[in-house]
Design a protein around this ligand. Structure first.
Ligand code: AMP
Length: 288
């Protein structure tokens, strides 16, 4: 007995074809949801597609490995790409259309506009990866203008990215709702990430220490211990566990990502971390 072939997901590669399909749905009065990704999909991405499906009648996902958000020494060329697998997974999660443009479609010759978001994109990953959030803000602004969804879903896994996107949508009066989806994790706490594929077996065993370190900071801060002591201890713990370096582990105000003012640890906080394990850079964050 042969198994059923995977369901075929329609794929469009040009902005014109994407707009034509979205316009047809709109004429039917349908609400459009959008989930931008860089592919190499895992359960975290698929949870966002399912969440979008609860908020919209039609779900569009994009797969585009955006060159402008990678630094010169980062992993743009090595980033995993498998469109056929991604399309099957998206169809299974209830996606209706995949937008998979080429680099030339997204950045035709002469493209010279960059979106920069001051403030919230400056600390943390903004400092560790210069230019990264300008690349993200530019491509996300373009994707939102190309798809014109009613709602777009982004993961809390990239918490600073979500804050940057919320800010730019407000500042540029983009007419859509932004929804954040919770971080999907392995049983041992490691946040799912396309980059986990780079980890060796030994590194994979060490990787959950990042989430554990963030949890420990949150517990200590909630117990009234000084924030800086907790942060410094976490850095030492991560290095001892086998991380090559720690870009940051910090407690911040969730919306603005500002540092905590005196007494602010009693209000809502977010603990964010980024650290390198071999050639892989892992990020994670938690709140309560
Ligand atoms: P990426 O393909 O890494 O650019 O991610 C595409 C979207 O998926 C972004 O909104 C990410 O925040 C989100 N995402 C990535 N990993 C996870 C995860 N483990 N759980 C939930 N969302 C995620």
């Amino acid at each position: 007995m042969s198994s059923l072939p995977p369901s075929r997901l329609p794929i469009v590669r040009t902005v014109a074809d994407l707009r034509a399909q979205v316009a047809a749905w709109r004429r039917e009065g349908l609400r459009i949801g959008f989930v931008p990704t860089m592919g190499a999909l895992h359960e975290g991405h698929l949870s966002l597609v399912r969440l979008a499906g609860t908020q919209a009648d039609r779900v569009v996902a994009s797969v585009f490995v955006n060159p402008t958000q990678f630094g010169p020494n980062e992993d743009f060329d090595a980033y995993p790409r498998d469109e056929a697998r991604d399309a099957d997974l998206l169809a299974g999660a209830g996606c209706h259309l995949l937008f998979a443009p080429t680099v030339a479609e997204m950045y035709p010759p002469g493209a010279s506009t960059t979106v920069t978001v001051a403030g919230v994109s400056e600390p943390l990953d903004g400092r560790a990866r210069p230019g990264h959030f300008a690349g993200v803000a530019t491509v996300v602004t373009k994707l939102l203008n190309q798809c014109t969804p009613d709602v777009a879903v982004f993961g809390e896994k990239d918490f600073q990215q979500l804050a940057v996107i919320r800010r730019l949508v407000r500042d540029l009066d983009l007419p859509l709702e932004i929804v954040g989806g919770p971080t999907a994790r392995a049983d041992d706490g490691l946040a799912l990430s396309s980059r986990n594929a780079y980890l060796t077996e030994a590194e994979r065993a060490v990787a959950p220490h990042l989430n554990a370190a963030l949890r420990e900071i949150l517990d200590k801060v909630r117990a009234g211990q000084p924030v800086e002591d907790a942060e410094q201890r976490a850095v030492a713990d991560l290095l001892r566990a086998g991380f090559a370096s720690v870009d940051y582990v910090e407690v911040r105000v969730p919306d603005t990502l500002d540092r905590l003012g005196p007494g602010a640890a009693s209000g809502p906080v977010r603990v964010l971390g980024a650290a390198r394990l071999g050639r892989t850079r892992l990020i994670d964050n938690i709140g309560d």
